[in-house]
Design a protein around this ligand. Structure first.
Ligand code: PMV
Length: 351
């Protein structure tokens, strides 16, 4: 059993500033139990709905930001390779934001290592931008508290706002527009002591997704007649979820998470043209989850912008769940994640 205290939501402040213009940060992905889908401001990345997630203890991203005053442009490396195209542009736009906040102009080199397949609906952008926000803010000498850091991470990817925190985190969509919306949209930790479910991640396809979540959510918001209904019901789901978490009731948490995720995918299927991330293997895993429940195992599914399925269950059932769902979908492999820590800076040589 863990308590929230053991997960140590790290305090931010002067300790998160670098004196020599270089900083390395580690952040973990998170999986939303109440989903964020749809932006109401694409430039500021303001979500349409509140969301609630669990940060994982696997698949960390490690990012080093080093100021390079003698360079003419930023250098961006992703998993040891020079980044090109959109991934590079997103990192540079994010550095611009940090420089604006810090009132500085030096270029930087960014070196990121992911341990999760990128772009497969496995939240690599969440861990990626949370690590970049923390390392970048420290390297440029910005003194941000955790709320400000979460707001900053949100500007890279809304789900990244939640990976700043360990355990469970709630991301506020905020209200109003412009500066007010920006100020109001950030994540905060949700304390759920002595509740240790796991997510069995059933990997049915680790390749990059065909439609980016950015494009898919825009199309859903603009064209899906089901979107508004889901956004409204998601509010009620969040209220119910908070009660279920308070009670540490895994069956209630799982039921709410599953209906919220299926509802989100229904909005996409009703978009014009439809966005469909769920594959035949996804459905086979969902059948496996239903069978587990019929056999008396508490197991509940959630899916993001990709075909892979994350199954919430008790830690003691994880091996049985992994075996059952992988047996249901040929080619599937599974890895189990517990609740993990918030983003943190590495000091010295990082060990
Ligand atoms: O923040 P993005 O662009 O990676 O979008 C994430 C959206 C979902 O994973 C589908 C849901 C969520 O809340 O994480």
């Amino acid at each position: 059993m863990t308590t929230d205290h053991e997960w140590g939501q790290p305090e931010a402040g002067p300790g998160e500033r670098s004196l020599d213009g270089v900083a390395t940060a580690v952040a973990h992905p998170n999986i939303a139990l109440i989903k964020y889908w749809g932006k109401r401001d694409e430039r500021l990345i303001i979500p349409c709905v509140d969301s609630l997630s669990m940060t994982l203890d696997i698949f960390p991203t490690t990012t080093t930001v080093r100021l390079t005053p003698a360079a003419r442009v930023d250098g961006v490396h992703l998993d040891g390779r020079l980044a090109q195209g959109e991934p590079r542009q997103r990192v540079i736009a994010f550095l611009e934001l940090i420089r604006e906040l810090a009132g500085r102009a030096e270029p930087a080199s960014v070196d990121t290592h992911n341990t999760v397949p990128t772009g497969a609906g496995l939240a690599s952008s969440a861990s990626g931008f949370a690590a970049l926000a923390l390392a970048g803010a420290a390297a440029y000498g910005l003194d941000l508290d955790r709320t400000a850091l979460s707001r900053l991470a949100r500007r890279g990817s809304a789900s990244a706002a939640r990976s700043v925190f360990g355990g469970f985190a709630l991301c506020h969509a905020g209200q109003g527009e412009g500066v007010a919306a920006d100020l109001g949209s950030y994540a905060e930790p949700v304390s759920v002591p002595h509740f240790d479910p796991v997510l069995v991640i059933a990997l049915v396809n680790a390749g990059p997704k065909a439609v980016s979540s950015r494009a898919a959510m825009r199309r859903t918001v603009e064209t899906s007649p089901l979107y508004r209904a889901w956004a409204i019901s998601s509010k009620a789901d969040l209220t119910d979820m908070r009660t279920a978490l308070r009670r540490r009731d895994l069956d209630a948490v799982g039921e709410i998470a599953e209906r919220n995720a299926l509802g989100m995918h229904a909005t996409m299927l009703a978009a014009r043209p439809a966005v469909r991330y769920l594959s035949p293997a996804t459905l086979a895993v969902l059948d496996g989850v239903l069978q587990l429940r019929a056999d008396g195992v508490s197991a509940y599914a959630t899916m993001d912008a990709g075909p892979n399925v994350k199954i919430l269950c008790h830690r003691a059932d994880a091996a049985r769940v992994a075996e059952a769902v992988c047996g249901a979908a040929p080619g599937c492999s599974a890895v189990t994640a517990g609740r993990g820590p918030g983003a943190r800076l590495l000091v010295g040589d990082g060990r």
